[in-house]
Design a binder for this molecule. Structure first.
Ligand code: FAD
Ligand code: MG
Length: 313
């Protein structure tokens, strides 16, 4: 009898171990979830959400009292001292701007806040205003002082927006935290940007679904053993005005939504911050230039075109 009880307890434990223990919260304006696969790891989920909230409070351009908000408020006036983490992220964002030849540009905060796509009360901004702002996106508009950890936007017509790398960066931080805690298997999903830790099972990869831009369901799945699967798409945040669809991925050379034949770009890799920047940049660059950039960097991507083609790089 005792043996039977022990056996059934063991079975329950085994079943519960293979099932994810998952919690969801709204952070960074999107639904975020953290899943672990062992009861003893469950206590770390709470810490992950604390980390995510701390990152949001620190780098959100939508919060005036975040470090990025303070840098933006002080544009053209004074430099702002920030934490080492924010300093390093701003520095990295400028390196990623260079790497993508400006297709990812963290300095276009004035343009993204003018469009304010996703807010629910969008209108198409005045063309003259956009044209003027486009000339203020160069790296000369920002000065970093490594010794004093200060950031200065010397041009008041410039603002930082780290929205295109924020979730990738956050999943790098959270996954590092979980790995430091010795967690061997976990799944972090920040609004569809997924980071997988460890293997799904013995000789078994994770299968991460990529949303179908046309309605519900998935258009494909990606197999990975560890790392990030990050997607940028024109179907995620948009509004329609006079029959024209305006989405949230901006071409920094025009100040208007990127206009090419791509509807979604998925990047796969260990460095989620880089993958996030590239998902946005490749979308802006379009099919031909985007493929060239990924091939040059040796990074895996899946591009979906308007006419329904899937391009694997
Ligand atoms: P991505 O392609 O990865 O990023 C697109 C976003 O990056 C755009 O929304 C814009 O902000 C910016 N961007 C557009 N084009 C470019 C470009 N060429 N180069 C560089 N950047 C570009 N959403 C809310 O609704 N409310 C919130 O309070 C809120 N807070 C947030 C806080 C943080 C810290 C972060 C990281 C995001 C937050 N968001 C919020 C979501 C954010 O506004 C973006 O919509 C989201 O990050 C887009 O991510 P994505 O993966 O869909 O697209
Ligand atoms: Mg991105």
């Amino acid at each position: 009898m005792k043996k039977a009880l022990l056996l059934s307890l063991l079975l329950v434990l085994l079943i519960s171990c293979s099932e994810p223990i998952r919690q969801d919260r709204l952070v960074m304006g999107t639904n975020c979830s953290v899943s672990v696969f062992s009861k003893s790891d469950e206590k770390e989920i709470q810490s992950c959400f604390e980390i995510l909230s701390e990152i949001e409070k620190r780098i959100s351009a939508k919060l005036v009292d975040s470090e990025i908000g303070e840098i933006n408020s002080a544009a053209g006036k004074n430099s702002v001292k920030v934490s080492r983490e924010t300093f390093d992220l701003v520095k990295r964002s400028l390196e990623l701007k260079e790497l993508t030849e400006g297709a990812f540009n963290p300095l276009l905060g004035k343009i993204t806040s003018l469009w304010n796509i996703g807010s629910g009360d969008e209108i198409v901004p005045d063309k003259q205003t956009i044209d003027n702002l486009v000339h203020h996106l160069e790296i000369g508009a920002i000065a970093l002082d490594e010794d004093n950890l200060t950031v200065y936007l010397s041009d008041e017509n410039t603002a930082l927006d780290l929205g295109a790398i924020g979730k990738g960066y956050a999943s790098d931080v959270v996954s590092s935290y979980l790995k430091e805690k010795g967690i061997k298997k976990a799944l972090i999903n920040l609004g569809g940007n997924v980071y997988a830790i460890g293997k799904k099972g013995k000789d078994k990869n994770w299968k991460i679904g990529i949303r179908n831009p046309e309605g519900n369901g998935l258009f494909t799945t990606v197999e990975i053993d560890e790392g990030a699967v990050i997607t940028s798409g024109s179907y995620e945040r948009y509004f329609i005005s006079d029959g024209v669809r305006y989405h949230h991925i901006m071409d920094p050379s025009t100040g208007y939504p990127a206009n090419n034949d791509l509807v979604s770009v998925t990047i796969i890799g260990r460095d989620a911050c880089l993958a996030d920047a590239l998902s946005t940049a490749v979308f802006v660059l379009g099919e031909e230039k985007g493929i060239k950039l990924l091939e040059k960097l040796g990074i895996r991507g899946i591009l979906l075109t308007e006419d329904g083609r899937t391009v694997n790089v």
